[in-house]
Design a protein. Structure first.
Length: 274
Protein backbone atom coordinates (compact mmCIF):
# COMPACT_ATOMS: atom_id res chain seq x y z
CA UNK A 1 0.00 0.00 0.00
CA UNK A 2 1.24 3.48 -0.84
CA UNK A 3 0.90 6.68 1.13
CA UNK A 4 -1.76 9.37 0.80
CA UNK A 5 -0.73 12.76 -0.56
CA UNK A 6 -2.56 16.03 -1.24
CA UNK A 7 -3.68 16.31 -4.85
CA UNK A 8 -2.29 19.83 -5.32
CA UNK A 9 0.68 21.69 -3.96
CA UNK A 10 -0.40 23.56 -0.86
CA UNK A 11 1.96 26.50 -1.04
CA UNK A 12 4.38 28.09 -3.46
CA UNK A 13 6.56 31.17 -3.03
CA UNK A 14 9.16 33.09 -4.99
CA UNK A 15 12.65 32.25 -3.71
CA UNK A 16 15.86 33.47 -5.33
CA UNK A 17 14.15 33.98 -8.68
CA UNK A 18 12.19 30.71 -8.84
CA UNK A 19 8.83 29.44 -7.65
CA UNK A 20 9.51 27.01 -4.82
CA UNK A 21 6.85 24.53 -3.73
CA UNK A 22 6.59 23.36 -0.15
CA UNK A 23 4.20 21.71 2.24
CA UNK A 24 3.59 22.61 5.87
CA UNK A 25 1.72 20.89 8.69
CA UNK A 26 1.30 21.23 12.45
CA UNK A 27 2.38 23.91 14.90
CA UNK A 28 5.14 24.22 17.46
CA UNK A 29 8.94 24.07 17.15
CA UNK A 30 9.94 24.02 13.48
CA UNK A 31 11.38 21.03 11.64
CA UNK A 32 12.57 21.26 8.02
CA UNK A 33 12.87 18.07 5.95
CA UNK A 34 15.13 18.12 2.87
CA UNK A 35 14.58 15.31 0.36
CA UNK A 36 17.15 13.32 -1.58
CA UNK A 37 17.90 12.88 -5.29
CA UNK A 38 15.99 12.41 -7.56
CA UNK A 39 13.01 12.65 -5.25
CA UNK A 40 10.62 15.25 -3.86
CA UNK A 41 8.87 16.30 -0.68
CA UNK A 42 6.39 13.42 -0.96
CA UNK A 43 9.02 11.06 0.44
CA UNK A 44 8.46 12.66 3.85
CA UNK A 45 4.71 12.03 4.14
CA UNK A 46 4.94 9.47 7.01
CA UNK A 47 7.28 11.79 8.93
CA UNK A 48 5.18 14.92 8.31
CA UNK A 49 2.11 13.24 9.75
CA UNK A 50 3.96 11.88 12.78
CA UNK A 51 5.76 15.14 13.56
CA UNK A 52 2.63 17.27 13.20
CA UNK A 53 0.68 14.95 15.47
CA UNK A 54 3.49 15.14 18.04
CA UNK A 55 3.29 18.94 18.24
CA UNK A 56 5.83 20.19 15.73
CA UNK A 57 5.61 22.57 12.79
CA UNK A 58 6.99 20.54 9.91
CA UNK A 59 8.02 22.06 6.57
CA UNK A 60 9.01 20.02 3.53
CA UNK A 61 10.11 21.87 0.37
CA UNK A 62 10.68 20.59 -3.12
CA UNK A 63 14.25 21.61 -3.94
CA UNK A 64 14.56 23.67 -7.12
CA UNK A 65 14.04 21.50 -10.18
CA UNK A 66 12.31 18.71 -8.21
CA UNK A 67 8.69 17.96 -7.48
CA UNK A 68 6.68 21.07 -8.23
CA UNK A 69 9.50 23.62 -7.85
CA UNK A 70 10.98 25.39 -10.87
CA UNK A 71 14.52 24.58 -11.91
CA UNK A 72 15.36 28.14 -12.84
CA UNK A 73 17.96 29.27 -15.35
CA UNK A 74 21.58 28.15 -15.26
CA UNK A 75 23.10 25.58 -12.97
CA UNK A 76 22.74 24.85 -9.28
CA UNK A 77 24.95 23.75 -6.42
CA UNK A 78 24.41 22.47 -2.91
CA UNK A 79 24.99 26.10 -1.85
CA UNK A 80 22.17 27.22 -4.16
CA UNK A 81 19.80 24.73 -2.54
CA UNK A 82 20.96 25.86 0.93
CA UNK A 83 20.32 29.50 0.03
CA UNK A 84 16.80 28.56 -1.07
CA UNK A 85 16.14 26.86 2.28
CA UNK A 86 17.41 29.88 4.20
CA UNK A 87 15.18 32.23 2.20
CA UNK A 88 12.20 29.91 2.69
CA UNK A 89 12.82 30.07 6.44
CA UNK A 90 12.87 33.87 6.24
CA UNK A 91 9.59 33.88 4.33
CA UNK A 92 7.95 31.61 6.91
CA UNK A 93 9.30 33.53 9.89
CA UNK A 94 11.42 30.60 11.08
CA UNK A 95 14.56 31.88 12.76
CA UNK A 96 15.93 28.50 13.78
CA UNK A 97 14.80 24.95 13.18
CA UNK A 98 15.77 21.35 13.48
CA UNK A 99 16.91 20.58 9.92
CA UNK A 100 16.95 17.05 8.55
CA UNK A 101 18.47 16.00 5.23
CA UNK A 102 18.32 12.64 3.46
CA UNK A 103 21.14 11.63 1.09
CA UNK A 104 21.56 14.66 -1.24
CA UNK A 105 19.49 16.54 1.33
CA UNK A 106 22.31 15.81 3.76
CA UNK A 107 24.77 17.47 1.40
CA UNK A 108 22.46 20.50 1.32
CA UNK A 109 22.27 20.44 5.10
CA UNK A 110 26.06 20.44 5.39
CA UNK A 111 26.22 23.44 3.07
CA UNK A 112 23.54 25.19 5.09
CA UNK A 113 25.45 24.56 8.33
CA UNK A 114 28.53 26.04 6.68
CA UNK A 115 26.76 29.10 5.28
CA UNK A 116 24.06 29.70 7.91
CA UNK A 117 25.16 27.92 11.11
CA UNK A 118 22.87 30.06 13.27
CA UNK A 119 19.74 28.75 11.54
CA UNK A 120 19.92 25.17 12.87
CA UNK A 121 19.13 24.28 16.47
CA UNK A 122 19.84 20.62 15.70
CA UNK A 123 20.52 18.50 12.62
CA UNK A 124 19.53 15.10 11.28
CA UNK A 125 21.69 13.25 8.73
CA UNK A 126 19.77 10.43 7.09
CA UNK A 127 21.59 7.81 4.95
CA UNK A 128 24.13 10.41 3.83
CA UNK A 129 27.85 11.12 3.84
CA UNK A 130 30.22 14.03 4.42
CA UNK A 131 32.94 13.44 1.81
CA UNK A 132 32.91 14.39 -1.87
CA UNK A 133 32.71 12.15 -4.92
CA UNK A 134 35.77 10.14 -5.87
CA UNK A 135 36.82 9.71 -9.52
CA UNK A 136 34.44 6.80 -10.05
CA UNK A 137 31.58 8.78 -8.54
CA UNK A 138 32.30 11.78 -10.75
CA UNK A 139 32.37 9.52 -13.80
CA UNK A 140 28.96 8.04 -12.91
CA UNK A 141 27.45 11.52 -12.51
CA UNK A 142 28.91 12.62 -15.85
CA UNK A 143 27.57 9.53 -17.59
CA UNK A 144 24.07 10.19 -16.28
CA UNK A 145 24.28 13.87 -17.25
CA UNK A 146 25.21 12.80 -20.78
CA UNK A 147 22.25 10.41 -20.87
CA UNK A 148 19.83 13.14 -19.79
CA UNK A 149 21.25 15.68 -22.22
CA UNK A 150 20.96 13.15 -25.05
CA UNK A 151 17.23 12.80 -24.40
CA UNK A 152 17.20 9.80 -22.05
CA UNK A 153 16.19 11.17 -18.62
CA UNK A 154 14.72 7.76 -17.74
CA UNK A 155 18.30 6.54 -17.36
CA UNK A 156 18.40 8.31 -14.00
CA UNK A 157 15.38 6.59 -12.50
CA UNK A 158 16.64 3.31 -13.95
CA UNK A 159 20.00 3.72 -12.25
CA UNK A 160 18.58 4.79 -8.90
CA UNK A 161 15.68 2.35 -8.75
CA UNK A 162 18.14 -0.52 -8.45
CA UNK A 163 19.85 0.89 -5.34
CA UNK A 164 17.15 2.78 -3.41
CA UNK A 165 15.54 -0.18 -1.66
CA UNK A 166 16.58 -3.16 0.39
CA UNK A 167 16.19 -6.39 -1.60
CA UNK A 168 13.34 -7.57 0.60
CA UNK A 169 11.44 -4.31 0.00
CA UNK A 170 11.77 -4.66 -3.76
CA UNK A 171 10.36 -8.17 -3.52
CA UNK A 172 7.56 -7.56 -1.02
CA UNK A 173 6.41 -3.98 -1.74
CA UNK A 174 6.36 -3.44 -5.51
CA UNK A 175 3.70 -0.74 -5.15
CA UNK A 176 6.06 1.37 -3.04
CA UNK A 177 8.89 0.89 -5.54
CA UNK A 178 6.55 1.93 -8.37
CA UNK A 179 5.37 5.00 -6.46
CA UNK A 180 8.91 6.22 -5.80
CA UNK A 181 9.84 5.56 -9.43
CA UNK A 182 6.94 7.79 -10.52
CA UNK A 183 8.43 10.64 -8.49
CA UNK A 184 11.81 10.14 -10.15
CA UNK A 185 10.26 9.97 -13.61
CA UNK A 186 8.48 13.26 -12.92
CA UNK A 187 11.67 15.29 -12.47
CA UNK A 188 12.48 17.61 -15.37
CA UNK A 189 15.66 17.15 -17.39
CA UNK A 190 16.87 20.52 -16.10
CA UNK A 191 16.33 19.45 -12.50
CA UNK A 192 18.13 16.15 -13.03
CA UNK A 193 21.18 17.81 -14.58
CA UNK A 194 21.31 20.48 -11.89
CA UNK A 195 21.11 17.87 -9.15
CA UNK A 196 23.75 15.62 -10.68
CA UNK A 197 26.11 18.57 -11.17
CA UNK A 198 25.49 19.78 -7.61
CA UNK A 199 26.32 16.37 -6.15
CA UNK A 200 29.34 15.90 -8.44
CA UNK A 201 30.80 19.29 -7.53
CA UNK A 202 29.98 19.35 -3.82
CA UNK A 203 32.95 19.96 -1.51
CA UNK A 204 34.33 17.52 1.00
CA UNK A 205 32.60 18.68 4.19
CA UNK A 206 34.66 16.56 6.56
CA UNK A 207 36.63 19.60 7.86
CA UNK A 208 33.32 21.29 8.76
CA UNK A 209 32.22 18.55 11.16
CA UNK A 210 34.54 19.56 13.99
CA UNK A 211 32.76 22.93 14.14
CA UNK A 212 29.24 21.50 14.38
CA UNK A 213 28.37 21.84 18.06
CA UNK A 214 24.61 21.38 17.91
CA UNK A 215 22.90 18.07 18.73
CA UNK A 216 22.88 15.73 15.73
CA UNK A 217 21.06 12.56 14.78
CA UNK A 218 22.62 10.18 12.25
CA UNK A 219 20.49 7.36 10.85
CA UNK A 220 22.02 4.66 8.67
CA UNK A 221 20.43 1.55 7.19
CA UNK A 222 21.90 -1.93 7.19
CA UNK A 223 20.79 -2.72 3.62
CA UNK A 224 21.61 0.64 2.04
CA UNK A 225 22.96 -0.01 -1.46
CA UNK A 226 23.31 3.67 -2.45
CA UNK A 227 25.47 5.01 0.39
CA UNK A 228 27.37 2.34 2.35
CA UNK A 229 26.72 2.19 6.07
CA UNK A 230 30.38 2.92 6.80
CA UNK A 231 29.82 6.44 5.45
CA UNK A 232 27.27 7.05 8.21
CA UNK A 233 29.79 5.69 10.69
CA UNK A 234 32.50 8.04 9.40
CA UNK A 235 30.14 10.99 9.66
CA UNK A 236 29.26 10.02 13.22
CA UNK A 237 32.87 9.65 14.30
CA UNK A 238 33.64 13.28 13.48
CA UNK A 239 30.63 14.85 15.21
CA UNK A 240 30.39 15.97 18.84
CA UNK A 241 26.83 15.72 20.22
CA UNK A 242 25.67 12.81 18.11
CA UNK A 243 23.19 9.97 18.42
CA UNK A 244 23.81 7.23 15.84
CA UNK A 245 21.14 4.72 14.87
CA UNK A 246 21.32 1.84 12.40
CA UNK A 247 17.92 0.56 11.26
CA UNK A 248 18.20 -3.11 10.49
CA UNK A 249 16.70 -4.27 7.21
CA UNK A 250 16.27 -0.78 5.81
CA UNK A 251 17.57 0.39 2.46
CA UNK A 252 18.29 3.87 1.19
CA UNK A 253 14.57 4.74 1.45
CA UNK A 254 14.59 3.65 5.08
CA UNK A 255 12.14 6.37 6.14
CA UNK A 256 9.52 4.75 3.89
CA UNK A 257 10.59 1.12 4.19
CA UNK A 258 10.80 1.10 8.00
CA UNK A 259 8.69 4.17 8.73
CA UNK A 260 7.48 3.10 12.18
CA UNK A 261 10.97 2.48 13.56
CA UNK A 262 12.34 5.53 11.74
CA UNK A 263 9.62 7.78 13.16
CA UNK A 264 10.26 6.48 16.65
CA UNK A 265 13.93 7.42 16.45
CA UNK A 266 13.21 10.82 14.91
CA UNK A 267 10.51 11.67 17.46
CA UNK A 268 12.72 10.62 20.39
CA UNK A 269 15.39 12.99 19.11
CA UNK A 270 12.89 15.80 18.55
CA UNK A 271 11.42 15.47 22.03
CA UNK A 272 14.90 15.86 23.50
CA UNK A 273 15.22 19.13 21.56
CA UNK A 274 12.10 20.49 23.24
Amino acid sequence: MGFDYPQEVRLKISVNGINLAYEEAGSGPAVILIHGFPLCRKMWRPQMDALAEAGFRVIAPDLRGFGESEAGPGGASVATYADDIAELMDHLGVGRAVIVGMSMGGYVLLSLLSRYPQRAVAAGFIVTRCDGDDEAGVAKRNNLIAEVESGRPEAVSGAFESVLFAPQTTASRPELVAEVKSWMDGVSAEGLVQGLEAMRDRPDSTPLLKDIRIPTLVIGASEDRAIPLEKSSALTAALHQVHFVVIDGGGHMVNLEQSEEFNGELLDFMRQMR
